[in-house]
Design a protein around this ligand. Structure first.
Ligand SMILES: [Zn+2]
Length: 97
C-alpha cells in the first residue's frame, strides 16, 4: 500500500513540475483551440505531448474534462484530480516533453 501511494505521489510531483516548466518557458497553451484542426474545444479535451490540447476525436485519446484541466493549468496542483487522471497525465509526460 505504501509503495503504491509513493509511486502515485511521485507521478503527481512530476506532472506538477512539468506544468511549471512549460509555463516558465511560455509553452503552456490555452485549452480553447485544438492544435490539430484549430477549431474550438468545448467540454472535453485530450492532451498530447507538451500538454497541447486537441479534440478527443482529433487525437484518438482519452477525453478529459476541460474544466478540470483548466484548473490544473492555473493551479499547477494535482490535488483535486483522481489517480486515474494523474496516470494519464503522467503517461503523456513520460513520452517526453
Ligand atoms: Zn480538433
Amino acid at each position: 500500500m505504501a509503495k503504491k501511494a509513493t509511486r502515485q505521489s511521485i507521478k503527481r510531483v512530476i506532472v506538477e513540475g512539468v506544468l511549471k516548466i512549460l509555463e516558465f518557458e511560455g509553452r503552456l497553451y490555452h485549452l480553447d483551440r485544438c492544435v490539430t484542426c484549430n477549431k474550438e474545444i468545448e467540454n472535453e479535451v485530450s492532451l498530447i505531448k507538451n500538454f497541447l490540447p486537441t479534440h478527443p476525436n482529433c487525437s484518438n485519446l482519452i477525453p478529459l474534462n476541460k474544466k478540470d484541466i483548466k484548473e490544473l493549468f492555473i493551479s499547477k496542483s494535482t490535488i483535486n484530480l483522481y489517480d486515474e487522471i494523474v496516470d494519464i497525465l503522467y503517461s503523456i509526460v513520460s513520452k517526453g516533453f
